[in-house]
Design a protein around this ligand. Structure first.
Ligand code: DON
Length: 312
């Protein structure tokens, strides 16, 4: 259907309908507890924000409640690393779906310490290392970057979450040490982990995250500030990775059901985009067995089904 033939959408009514429809699913998911602090969240919470390129924004539910961004932050670190290292980055980290859980160790040995993609934990730790070897005070830099993208100067690290991540991050430490043995980590492992845990522990709300993803829906340029963060070609490539790897071993199912490039986090957030039109963030803390928000994925599936808008 051509855009001009599309009936005018009532975005607000649409997301309110979706919030009602997925309501029963909220309690069916399971809050992630391998980082204990993540368990301190209301399973009944649900928020959604749709941010259009023209600046209009529609939200409902708990869209102004902060939650832990977790792996959604890997998109911000990848954006920084890609803009600094350009295509050199791909000598350190691959671009293939892993077909494995986000914190899996098994593939790394077969593939000589080079992670499959930047969104599994191993890949994001390598990306963190790439940033650290090219910037000073990387954590402050990435927080400033996220504040700028989200147009919210108050975005900060949740210190309780950070302590919890550090205390229970043994798997990530194992991944980092293992990759260091293959010379794919240059900095000290503890320093890289501090940076990685730091950006995962950032707290944001649906409005912040939808706003921060808008440049990916607009060829790398924030349509409101007009600032360019990536070339059009780089933005295209990050979107391709979001589609194929953004939801881990459920990326095929997510593409099949939702049809948008998107990134999930174990805090229950999912951010997604439709190039040339919008970004969207949904939050519901109950997760499915892959670590993606159960009601969140359903909400995005309803969004593309009801509107007929997807990338396909
Ligand atoms: O390293 C971890 O396990 C977490 N900081 C991030 C994992 C995550 O969000 C996976 N997403 N679904």
């Amino acid at each position: 259907m051509l855009n001009s033939e599309r009936p005018r959408l009532d975005w607000q009514l649409l997301i309110e309908d979706i919030a009602n429809e997925v309501s029963a699913l909220k309690s069916k998911g399971k809050v992630a507890d391998y980082i204990p602090e993540l368990g301190n969240v209301d399973l009944d919470a649900f928020g959604i924000t749709v941010q259009l390129l023209n600046g209009q924004r529609y939200s409902t539910g708990d869209y102004q409640t902060n939650f832990s961004v977790q792996s959604i932050s890997k998109v911000f670190s990848l954006t920084k690393a890609f803009s600094i290292l350009k295509d050199e980055l791909w000598s350190r980290v691959g671009k293939e779906p892993s077909g494995n859980p986000f914190n899996s160790l098994v593939q790394l040995e077969h593939e000589n310490g080079k992670p499959r993609n930047p969104f599994i934990n191993a890949g994001a730790i390598v990306v963190a290392d790439c940033i650290m070897t090219n910037t000073t005070d990387s954590l402050a830099m990435i927080i400033d970057f996220i504040r700028e993208l989200s147009d919210n100067k108050t975005v900060s690290i949740d210190q309780d979450m950070l302590q919890s991540e550090k205390s229970f991050g043994h798997r990530n430490a194992a991944l980092a040490h293992f990759m260091k043995s293959y010379n794919n980590i240059g900095s000290e492992v503890d320093a890289v982990l501090d940076f990685y845990f730091g950006h995962c522990s950032v707290a944001m709300n649906c409005e912040d995250i939808a706003r921060a993803f808008l440049f990916l829906a607009n060829h790398g340029i924030d349509p409101i500030s007009k600032k360019r963060y990536l070339t059009a070609s780089q933005a295209k490539r990050i979107n391709a990775l979001l589609l194929t790897c953004g939801t881990y071993d459920a990326a095929g199912d997510f593409a099949f059901r939702v049809g948008m490039p998107g990134k999930s986090g174990v805090g229950g957030g999912i951010a997604a985009i439709i190039p040339g039109l919008l970004s969207i963030c949904v939050w519901s803390p109950g997760l499915d067995k892959y670590g993606n928000s159960l009601a969140g994925v359903k909400a995005l599936e309803l969004f593309t089904t009801k509107t007929g808008i997807s990338i396909f």
